[in-house]
Write a protein that binds this ligand. Structure first.
Ligand code: HEM
Length: 81
């Protein structure tokens, strides 16, 4: 796992979202955009960590604990670009 102080949106966070995720959520937020993801970080973290997003019906895998933890540390770190 990357060191907390070294996390970056472009390298560590953007790749957590598939093109399907970006397309389906675009009406609500832009998962490909750092500012949009940071503004919605609490809600995103809640849904990925409880398994409701991405929806099981989408066929996508549930986020692992490591993915959720990396996302949370990035958000807690102030969302470095
Ligand atoms: C603020 C957090 C979020 C809210 C309130 C939210 C809400 C929703 C709603 C209402 C739908 C349509 C109904 C449904 O299919 O269940 C949906 C679909 C979807 N969301 Fe989210 N979502 C959030 C975050 C995310 C995140 C972080 C991801 C990916 C990691 C994601 C991936 C998807 C996908 C792939 C679909 C399409 C499912 C399908 O049609 O098969 N969403 N979301």
């Amino acid at each position: 796992m990357p060191d907390a102080s070294n996390l970056s949106f472009a390298r560590d966070i953007r790749p957590l979202f598939t093109e399907t995720d970006v397309a389906h959520m675009h009406a609500m937020m832009d998962l490909s955009d750092r500012d949009s993801v940071f503004e919605n970080a609490d809600a995103i973290y809640a849904t990925v960590s409880n398994g409701s997003m991405p929806p099981p019906s989408s066929g996508e895998a549930r986020w692992t604990q490591e993915m959720c933890a990396t996302f949370k540390r990035w958000a807690d770190d102030g969302g470095p670009a």
